[in-house]
Ligand binder design. Structure first.
Ligand code: PEP
Length: 252
């Protein structure tokens, strides 16, 4: 379908003022010859300026791991989408399962954040995925359908054309337990069909749907060889420049 793969590295609450720019420098060196893949990194908020400095002028995109649903004002501890664009960020994660679980983020809040990101000119990577109990209960598709329908409610086609989706089964995040390529593909295919009914076929065909959940250099190629898997959202393995570069290489 001609979708350029995207490999996104979520550094979570890891790295510091020294190791974050160092990791960015290594990623830049090790991926600079890759042309057929987009790459983005998601450092913790305070480390973003130092990473931006290292990656300035490169093709590697930078994003935050979350944003506030509010525009500005008395929201202590929050970071606005406008702050991220003013720094030079391109992306933001929205609705990561760790935000949903530890900060009780609802599908409705994810929707407000997605719209806020788009209004500020950021590309939101909207994360969806079922818990193990939901998979075991046969609720995977219903859960993902609600996350997509509510999370993307009210978006125009023009806005949707800028959204990236990440399917991340919660039971596969940070657990070492990866979805099989077939398990990933059936949900990705389901999401694409859903996008066609919610928006249109052209948008569905153009939307990048990333897989996330214990992606490693050893399983990335097979996962991304699936027709509807358009890249990866990588947590643990993104903290090793060698592993992250190898994952990016298997996409490009
Ligand atoms: C993530 O943080 O989105 C993720 C998929 O983590 P991991 O690759 O460590 O499972």
């Amino acid at each position: 379908m001609g979708r350029k793969p995207l490999i996104a590295g979520n550094w979570k609450m890891n790295t510091d003022a020294v190791s974050a720019p160092n990791l960015a420098r290594e990623v830049l060196q090790k991926t600079s010859r890759l042309r057929n893949v987009d790459i983005a990194v998601f450092p913790p908020f305070p480390l973003i300026p130092s990473v931006l400095k290292v990656l300035d002028g490169s093709a590697i995109g930078i994003g935050g791991q979350d944003i506030s649903a509010e525009l500005q004002g008395a929201f202590t501890g929050e970071v606005s989408a406008g702050m991220m664009t003013s720094l030079g960020c391109t992306y933001t994660l929205v609705g990561h399962s760790e935000r949903r679980e530890y900060h009780l983020e609802s599908d409705e809040l994810v929707n407000r954040k997605t719209i806020r990101a788009l209004e500020a000119g950021l590309i939101p990577i909207v994360c969806v995925g079922e818990k193990l109990s939901e998979r075991d209960g046969g609720e995977t598709f219903a859960r993902v359908e609600r996350q997509i329908k509510v999370g993307l409610a009210g978006l125009s086609k023009e806005q949707m054309a800028r959204v990236v989706i990440a399917y991340e089964p919660v039971w596969a995040i940070g657990t070492g337990r990866t979805a099989t390529p077939q398990q990933a593909e059936e949900v990705h295919e389901f999401i694409r069909k859903l996008l066609a009914t919610l928006f249109d076929q052209q948008i569905a065909d153009a939307t990048r749907i990333l897989y996330g959940g214990s992606v490693k250099a050893s399983n990335a190629r097979e996962l991304m060889s699936q027709p509807d898997v358009d890249g990866a959202l990588v947590g643990g393995a993104s903290l090793s420049s060698d592993d992250f570069a190898a994952i990016a290489e298997s996409a490009g």
